[in-house]
Design a protein around this ligand. Structure first.
Ligand SMILES: [Zn+2]
Ligand SMILES: [Zn+2]
Length: 538
């Protein structure tokens, strides 16, 4: 059988694996690329996915970096089934709609800009309507249920413990006289996460796709993390300040509500206003409440004891933008949870604008901040960020609490891998930044003596092929010879250098006109960077 690595390769977003056996072609995940123009361009060209020829899509979970391109595939002619758990379907219903809405809004904004600069109008990747239309192709399956997809092809979903409804996928394929098993870890949760169960310990398999988001990092324990969070909230209360938490509407938000609830139940903090400033989060929390069968034992026990783990004495859900803006008129200490989790869009940007420059405010990052996002830059320690065309200084306390992560850390990933007993196991590392995936791959080779590798984006491989069987010439991956790569790189360098020169020229005239001291500082910085770069190239 053939495989093509279409996304989530050397990056955390755009998860998609294309599999092909005989006349059957199908995808595992179909996520949207996020984090920068170059990467997001890939969302526009889905030719390699060949929507019309796909028989089905197996979907690990509802996050947009796994599900976000489904409406676009349906728009392009996909008519098969999207198979996932019920909770994933419930979440996709709101998330894909929301994603369509974001696409529409962004296109509208872009087109206003395009009009002013005389450029052509663009169309959204997909609309709310496209998203709604795609929902009719979903088919749900329970955890642990065996489902036959075609002759000689079976699938089973197991709990990945990442978010509500998240799954890892077991896929059995008849190969020659025997049967082979492919395993997709999906996004793997960490074992001390509240609400959801621990990841299913997978015991066997022949080929594994393993995520690597935190493949080079160790999280602090949940307990330590909650202690740290407690201190932050206590300090904010003392200083009459706010704690701002960028979080995606799903899972992290409910996790934080649960944690705050525990702190209040244990009398460690007084009740305080907790704003959930995200219309999506309201629907998401309702979906959580509708799917208690996905909860872990501890959460089920709370429910049985008559406690609602997703309620707080002063929880305030804000729907409208007016309500959202009114939050900042409330001068009491409190907690604001808002999306997007990586600060690239959404209402969180308003709260950042309001709080980043205030020394008493606390910004708490609890989720992964991908390269190229505003959240990542704040975590990396920039002095200011640009929000709504304005430079905002970063003076607030910035915290990163890895222990709230919905992803296993390196230890968790390796522990989970250790259940798989096949010494012949082949491992493809995906869903991680390049450097991190490479690091994890090396550790797995050294510690487990397994054949682990990090594929290239759009690389094609034959699975289970006898040694002598080679992929037909035209289908083999086009590996760019290094010379070609080098020339592309030079072209890019040349382009960037030209652009920089143009900007500098413009800067020269501006300094003359306005004597702007900011320009001077920026120029000094550019100059310093160029000098550094030049010495690095030796
Ligand atoms: Zn995820
Ligand atoms: Zn993911």
């Amino acid at each position: 059988m053939k495989v093509e690595f279409l996304g989530g390769i050397r990056t955390v977003t755009g998860s998609a694996t294309l599999l092909e056996k005989g006349s059957l072609r199908w995808l595992v995940d179909c996520g949207m690329f996020q984090g920068g123009k170059e990467l997001e361009e890939r969302n526009r060209n889905l030719q390699p996915y060949r929507a019309k020829d796909l028989s089905f899509i197996l979907l690990t979970h509802a996050h947009i970096d796994h599900s976000g391109l489904i409406p676009k595939l349906v728009k392009e002619g996909f008519r098969g089934k999207v198979i996932c758990t019920k909770a994933t379907f419930d979440l996709c219903e709101v998330m894909l709609r929301d994603s369509g809405h974001i696409q529409e809004m962004e296109t509208e904004w872009q087109n206003r800009k395009n009009k002013r600069s005389g450029r052509d109008e663009t169309t959204p990747l997909y609309t709310v309507e496209d998203a709604e239309r795609s929902l009719q192709y979903f088919q749900t399956v329970g955890y642990g249920e065996m489902l036959s997809l075609a002759d000689g092809l079976k699938v089973r979903f197991q709990d990945a413990g990442h978010i509500l409804g998240s799954a890892m996928i077991e896929l059995w394929v008849e190969e020659g006289k025997g049967e082979k098993k492919l395993v997709f870890s999906g996004d793997l949760g960490s074992s001390d996460q509240p609400i959801v169960r621990d990841p299913f310990p997978m015991g066997d398999g022949d080929v594994l796709w393993l995520e690597s988001t935190y493949g080079n990092r160790l999280h602090k324990s949940r307990e330590e993390t909650v202690q740290e969070f407690l201190k932050i909230v206590q300090e904010a209360i003392r200083q009459q300040a706010k704690v701002v938490i960028p979080a995606f509407a799903i899972e992290r938000t409910q996790d934080i509500i649960y944690t705050i609830g525990q702190l209040i139940r244990k009398d460690l903090i007084p009740s305080l206003p907790v704003y959930i400033d995200s219309p999506l989060a309201i629907s998401a929390t309702e979906i959580f409440k509708r799917n208690p069968d996905c909860f872990d034992q501890e959460t089920q026990a709370l429910l049985l004891g008559g406690e609602d783990p997703l309620e707080l004495p002063e929880i305030i859900y804000t729907q409208s933008t007016e309500e959202s803006k009114a939050i900042n008129e409330d001068l009491r200490p409190g907690i604001i949870i808002s999306a997007s989790g990586m600060c690239d869009a959404g209402r969180i940007q308003h709260h950042l604008k309001h709080h980043l420059w205030r020394e008493a405010s606390h910004i708490v990052f609890i989720g992964y901040q991908a390269e190229g996002t505003i959240g990542r830059r704040i975590v990396d320690g920039v002095k200011s960020v640009r929000l709504f065309g304005e430079e905002v200084a970063v003076r607030a306390h910035i915290h990163t609490l890895g222990g709230f992560s919905a992803h296993a850390d390196q230890k968790g990933l390796l522990e989970w891998l250790s259940h798989l007993k096949n010494p012949q196991l082949e491992v493809f590392i995906n869903h991680g930044e390049e450097k991190i995936s490479m690091e994890l791959s090396q550790i797995i080779r050294q510690q487990f003596h397994l054949n682990a590798s990090v594929p290239q984006w759009r690389e094609k491989r034959l699975l289970f092929a006898p040694e002598r069987e080679v992929m037909p010439e035209e289908e083999a991956t086009k590996v760019e010879p290094s010379e070609e790569k080098l020339s592309v790189l030079f072209q890019k360098l040349e382009r960037n250098y030209k652009r920089l020169r143009r900007k500098l020229k413009r800067g020269k005239t501006m300094v003359k006109e306005y004597q702007d001291p900011r320009w001077l500082r920026q120029l000094e910085e550019v100059n310093k960077k160029l000098e550094e770069l030049e010495s690095e190239l030796d």
